[in-house]
Design a binder for this molecule. Sequence first.
Ligand code: BG6
Length: 513
Amino acid sequence: MTVSHVQERSQHGGRSDLRESVEQARHSGVTTGPASMVIFGITGDLSRKKLIPAIYDLEHGGHLSPDFDVLGLTRDASTVESRLREAVIAHARAPFDPEVWGRLCRRIHFIQGSFDDPASFTALSSRLAELDVLRDKPANYVFYLSIPPWAFERVCEGLADVGLNQQVDGWRRIVVEKPFGHDLASSQVLEATLERAFDPSAIYRIDHYLGKETVQNILALRFTNGIFEPLWNSRYVDHVQITMAESVGVTGRGAYYDGVGATRDVIQNHLLQLLALIAMDRPATFEADNIAAEKSKVLAAATLLGPLEETTARGQYTGAVRDGVVLPGLTEEDGFPADSTTETFAALTVGVDTPRWEGVPFYVRTGKRLARRSTEIAVAFTAPDRGGPATRTAPVQNVLVFRVQPDDGIELQIGAKRPGDGMTIDPISLDSDFGAVFAPAPTAYERLICDVLRGDDTLFPRRAEIESSWRLVDPVLDFWAGAGRPDGYEAGSEGPASAAAIMTRAGRMWRPL
Ligand code: BG6
């Protein structure tokens, strides 16, 4: 560690058809080109837990060019190397190999400084140029903002002051992580800041859910299997449930999470992206621009089905003892005041105002410290017009479940005759576990970092999608802001009673976690 060709994104934006995309996800022999990635916030949580381990995994798999360098701005470089090494040991997918780490480490460079100091940007610019000369490589730079949004402006200005935002002798890309603002207005300010310095096509917004294999699989399953599309509409779909349940709490994340809450943290981005992928029409081609256009249409057509006091719920976990383990309530966690109104659970009822989805509710829920970790999308079909050959012992509803995690796979629930006398129908499940069928998948960050380096923005939400998502959730957040404290729910439970009530009113039930 020390203190080819220019890959331009072609006119049509990042591109790859669906098949290519799936191939790339397996990283079969994919190597990225020469580039330097500058990570702002290289010693932060995200960098240590996700970025550096993913870069190590890419190096381990032979997917990085020998002319790929990482640069980090840091006030004190003395202990960073050992901290990053520990992070790789703890968080990388591949086993730790000192030789691979050594190879990577020689291409990680530190600039002593901080993004508050204009001189640091001059030093950064010189170091990048030096590396280009040393390796005889084009000036292809990725600027990865793994820093709080309030610092974006300073960094963009710092880069622009030394001309690092200009595409000269190479490409320039900037990567930002959510939260993309706090509401629609602040997200527009943030976008304007980025666009003052960078061309809109150079801005990559990370929503790591889109990098997950099973999420990419939604389009593959929907559009490469002829049996689904004819049923994918209000005639045959009764409703859709999108669930992201976590068993972990927000221990240690008070500084970020208090005042943000579950809706801004994951519904505005991850879960509405899942909804868009489930509800979108087939794009003209599976190129980035066309996929983005179809997702944007869904998000622009998304509406809140009301009245909000009956169709939404929010909760905050309270302390409980589960299996002898004491689980603290949110307000007992460090960094959360006793009167915190931050929701750790949220559920919304969303409609998609298009002829295809007329009258079909999309129930979206997420929560921390729930009974189980489970992210899934369940498409529940309508019952047949005429009854089956038997009186059912239990109602059977055909449900197609995309299991995102854990145990990613796909499951179809159907009714079948129980063996023996008479005609009794039982629900059974056709289930495929992708872990048993396919080789281990790259992590979301491996995939997304590779795509940034290749200039493929298929898996990155566009500004219009983000703004439509804020337009949808802002009124719920405003409604809750004037409605006192969230409902309590016990840590380790299925969520607040108000969430169950949404479904009871509609004559439906949440799938058990
Ligand atoms: C992040 C949220 O975006 O996603 C976290 O900020 C959440 O609150 C995390 O825990 C979940 O990601 P994953 O990949 O573990 O499902």
